[in-house]
Design a protein around this ligand. Structure first.
Ligand SMILES: [Zn+2]
Length: 122
């Protein structure tokens, strides 16, 4: 599971949506893909409704991190605490950190979004 935070929003113009989108791709290719090959970066492109002749595509960039890794590091603390009390037991005691229920809620939400996309995109 990836965690993302918005870092940049940028609008691209064109006479058609396609032209605006291609301008966006050009910028992405030069400023993101060529620089770090999209490492830790996720992006979203969307059409923006306009009243005049121009068409706008909005690009949003996010920095992303793998939550699994962070969670493991966090819950190593839960494990160590347990270890000092129950020498033989090697299980996670996450009652204090409360990470598992929080993760479950996130995963449930992602699952619902995925289900909603079935038949439309997936
Ligand atoms: Zn924990």
């Amino acid at each position: 599971m990836l965690i993302a935070e918005k870092i940049l929003e940028k609008d691209f113009q064109g006479k058609t949506t396609k032209e605006a989108y291609l301008n966006c791709c050009k910028w992405l290719s030069t400023n993101v893909i060529a620089v770090n090959n999209s490492k830790h970066i996720t992006y979203r492109t969307e059409k923006v409704e306009t009243d005049d002749w121009s068409r706008i595509v909005r690009l949003t960039l996010y920095v992303t991190a793998d939550e699994e890794e962070i969670c493991e590091r966090n819950c190593n603390i839960c494990k160590e605490v347990t270890g000092s009390f129950f020498m033989t037991q090697n299980k996670y005691m996450c009652e204090v950190c409360k990470v598992p229920p929080y993760r479950k809620r996130l995963k449930d939400k992602l699952h619902l979004i995925k289900e909603g996309l079935k038949g439309k995109m997936l």
